[in-house]
Design a protein around this ligand. Structure first.
Ligand SMILES: [Zn+2]
Length: 584
């Protein structure tokens, strides 16, 4: 924690050295009022409340909120377009753009749409040293004498859509707003794989199998037949109905279903051959749909069989291509990994085709949420590589509503990357670990570093659908797992009197224990396996019994109850183990 505090003190000192400091509070008292427009103004009230709440916590002073119908005073913090005439009228850019300015004694917050609220949270971060580490941890420094120097700061979001699928952002509105994140439902009318939402087989397949894929000479409901004229008509009708119910939504996904089974009828095949990729029929179809909705953005996934761009066919202006690199290796950044050359070529192909791009990236191991997943060093370079193309949106999929290996750290790092252009990831990681793990931070830092360094020695694939047995000879050897486990168990002792920190360190321990358990089952009767042979019989190794009990306790303490994307429950996993031990 001390490093974090030192850093914040430096910020404060830097503020004091400015030429004309504004004294927002002195001795825990303030002369300033927060002024909002008297006429209804989106987000002004919310921005004023957030600022009042945190300025009070920082300084101890009560910052009264008034509207601009009151008599103007010398000391005012202005939120949005008040009648004081200091609002940044010329502010342009995408929604969410904001500015923070000092003008004489006044402090002016301005923003486009939600940008007004973002301006307040950015001020708290940049000029007051606050941090929103997690839904359950906000750092607010105590500064009874709070001065700021001249400020003239403007920032635009990194992209129009910024989504992060992890427990913190999913459940905490303040975390979302602080880090300028959006829920899918905020801006999307239809999201993800939508072919069957648009043309449901339950409604049409029996009477019209020709609406669906022809695979091996047989119509099956896997994907749509995109050259069947009625399919376009029904899609347009479904979208018209959905848009009428949700007129404010910007993005509408017209995208393949998950999996394969694309149509191989003569017409679809002819288009695919003509344009050199399965996108031939797909993008022709999507362009046709998009032409009917010029005021909306029609998004289509380039994913799995549809990732490869077509040659000689361009997406229409209101079509956004959402490129999803689900199959790339995660041990090295896909910006440089030779294994990811195909992905890079596809991305460049889409750029050459003039596509508006959006990305759907993956950062957790979906088959085993509780398994060490050493991809943390790739988060920043991967993000930067995608950001270079000025995407329309970034959606980063972690473990959704469930916890997973270092999900809290990843959430914070990614939230900062999504919210703050050029954020220094190494510093972010250090600040988070220091603040979140307290006395255990040093051990956690070492473990993170060692795991990454160890993994980087091996030229193997790291897949989001791996399991902790696959790398048993490379980056997750039992001997290393035992060493890491023992270190984290040591860290647990350092925080044993602090219930909150203890739970957090237990969360770090769980994936290591899970990996050891999975490897023990794999080894069976060999070294490090579940069973040992003694006195002419096979018995369960005592270490395994203890490991299983510890894992159960830590999982219970941390409220971990789902172990993978498919919904494997902790209870079922433990029952499976009991059965395995009983069967011998
Ligand atoms: Zn077809």
């Amino acid at each position: 924690m001390w490093k974090c505090l030192t850093y914040i003190v430096l910020i404060m000192q830097a503020g004091i050295t400015y030429a004309a400091p504004i004294t927002l509070a002195s001795g825990g008292k303030t002369s300033y009022r927060i002024i909002v427009p008297a006429i209804e103004s989106p987000f002004a009230g919310q921005a004023a409340s957030a600022l009042k709440k945190y300025l009070q916590q920082i300084t101890g002073a009560n910052f009264e909120v008034s509207n601009d119908a009151t008599t103007p005073g010398k000391f005012e913090i202005l939120i949005g377009a008040t009648n004081r005439g200091l609002h940044a009228e010329g502010l342009t850019g995408m929604p969410g753009t904001f500015s923070i300015r000092t003008v004489g004694d006044k402090l002016q917050f301005s923003g486009l749409e939600k940008g007004l609220l973002y301006s307040v949270y950015s001020f708290l971060e940049k000029y007051a040293g606050c941090r929103k580490f997690a839904a359950d941890q906000t750092y607010v420094p105590k500064v009874p004498n709070f001065k700021i120097g001249d400020i003239n700061f403007t920032e635009s979001p990194i992209a129009k859509f910024r989504g992060l699928h992890y427990p913190g952002p999913e459940s905490d509105q303040e975390f979302l707003d602080w880090h300028k994140l959006q829920r899918i439902d905020d801006v999307w009318g239809l999201w993800g794989h939508t072919f069957f939402k648009l043309v449901p087989p339950s409604k049409y397949f029996d009477a019209h199998p020709e609406y669906y894929s022809l695979v091996n000479e047989k119509r099956i409901p896997t994907q749509l037949c995109l050259t069947e004229p009625a399919v376009a008509d029904i899609t347009i009708q479904s979208l018209e109905e959905a848009m009428a119910n949700d007129p404010d939504k910007i993005y509408w996904s017209v995208s393949q279903n998950d999996g394969g089974g694309q149509c191989m009828c003569a017409r679809c095949t002819a288009l695919n051959n003509k344009y050199g990729a399965d996108q031939g029929s797909l993008l022709t179809f999507v362009n046709k749909i998009a032409a009917r909705f010029p005021a909306k953005k029609i998004v289509t996934l380039a994913y799995g069989y549809s990732r490869k761009p077509p040659v000689g066919l361009e997406p229409s202006d209101n079509v956004v291509v959402m490129l999803a690199p689900i199959e790339v290796s995660r041990l090295r950044s896909f910006a440089v990994d030779p294994r990811s050359a195909g992905f890079r070529a596809d991305l460049e192909g889409w750029r050459s085709a003039g596509a508006w791009l959006m990305y759907w990236d993956y950062v957790a191991q979906f088959t085993n949420y509780q398994s060490p997943f050493p991809n943390i060093n790739t988060l920043r370079p991967n993000f930067d590589y995608l950001l270079k193309t000025h995407p329309e949106g970034m959606f980063i999929q972690g473990s959704g509503e469930q916890r997973s290996d270092f999900s809290e750290l990843r959430t914070y790092m990614l939230a900062k990357m999504l919210s703050e252009p050029g954020a220094d990831t190494r510093k972010i990681e250090t600040e988070f670990v220091n603040a979140y793990y307290g006395p255990a931070a040093k051990v956690i830092h070492s473990y993170l570093r060692e795991l990454q360094e160890n993994a980087s020695k091996f030229n193997v694939r790291l897949d989001i659908y791996d399991n902790p047995v696959i790398p048993y000879r490379t980056y997750l050897q039992t001997v290393d797992l035992l060493k890491y486990t023992s270190a984290i168990e040591g860290a647990l002792k350092l925080v044993k009197d602090n219930a909150v920190m203890k739970k957090r360190v237990e969360q770090v321990l769980l994936p290591l224990q899970f990996a050891l358990l999975q490897q023990a089952r794999f080894y069976g009767i060999e070294n490090n396996g579940v069973f040992v042979h003694a006195d002419n019989k096979w018995t369960v190794r005592p270490e395994i019994k203890k490991l299983l009990t510890d894992f159960e306790v830590h999982a219970f303490n941390t409220g971990t109850d789902q172990l993978n994307e498919d919904g494997l429950k902790l209870e079922s996993y433990l029952a499976e183990w009991r059965q395995h031990l009983a069967a011998g």
